[in-house]
Ligand binder design. Structure first.
Ligand code: ZN
Length: 241
């Protein structure tokens, strides 16, 4: 089984189309989404319409829940809160209902899917250090858990009691080890690389492959400005931060 794992699209249709073209070229058996379909970007309905028929499993991100009223905006920064309110009034009733019904976690044979934290799927913690990862990795029994949320691709590998972190683009999975994998963000990368990110899980080949794609950042930014969203949200796409 080869599985494409996408996360944090954030209403960026230009990035999503680039990623889906790359996914199609690699012909995975299955596509899954770790949430944050919307928020920040100017094409929330278009992204849901495009992705929904393609994904076998999807979970809710905090921005999905904020945009459909299932989560309060209390801890969002100003730009995120403004984008969430804009998304709230822009969503079609059908797309709002879709986001509203997304589960917090999903399971595939051999892998757990959550947006942010397997230990607390409703808590929206960031897994940024090996210490964070140790706690999170005690919370799932599968050999693999896929997360997004930080928009920072990379993975934690646990061998016995030792957890190490790597940002290698391709990782060979070894028997008996456990992996917590951040697949990065399709629509708003924050690791200083503006290219769209997604991950291929090649189960039979025991490989995890981070993919990066150049896309039309200018067009995505223009759409954000034309929609009247904060200019900062367009600018940050160019920096990948
Ligand atoms: Zn996100």
């Amino acid at each position: 089984m080869r599985c494409a794992v996408l996360s944090d699209i954030h209403g960026n249709l230009e990035a999503l189309e680039a990623v889906l073209a790359d996914v199609a070229a690699l012909r995975p058996d299955r596509i899954v989404c770790l949430g944050d379909f919307v928020g920040y970007g100017a094409s929330p309905n278009e992204c849901i319409a495009r992705l929904r028929p393609l994904v076998a499993e999807a979970v809710a991100g905090n921005h999905d829940l904020a945009a459909c009223g299932r989560l309060r905006l209390g801890y969002f920064n100003d730009a995120a809160a403004e984008a969430a309110r804009w998304t709230d009034v822009s969503l079609t009733p059908e797309h709002r209902a879709y986001l509203h019904a997304l589960p917090y976690e999903a399971r595939l044979p051999g892998a757990r899917l959550v947006h942010a934290s397997p230990a607390a799927p409703t808590g929206w913690h960031y897994v940024l250090s090996t210490r964070d990862a140790e706690e999170e990795m005690a919370a799932f029994d599968e050999p693999l858990c896929f997360i997004g949320h930080s928009h920072y691709p990379g993975l934690f590998e646990k061998d016995g009691r030792t957890v190490r972190y790597t940002r290698d683009a391709e990782v060979a999975m070894r028997p008996g080890r456990k992996y917590l994998v951040n697949v990065g963000s399709v629509g708003q990368p924050r690791d200083g690389d503006p290219r769209a990110a997604w991950l291929l899980w090649d189960e039979a080949g025991r490989r995890l492959v981070h993919r990066r794609l150049v896309y039309d950042v200018e067009a995505a930014g223009r759409r954000i400005i034309e929609a009247g969203l904060p200019r900062f949200l367009a600018d940050r796409l160019q920096w990948g931060e």
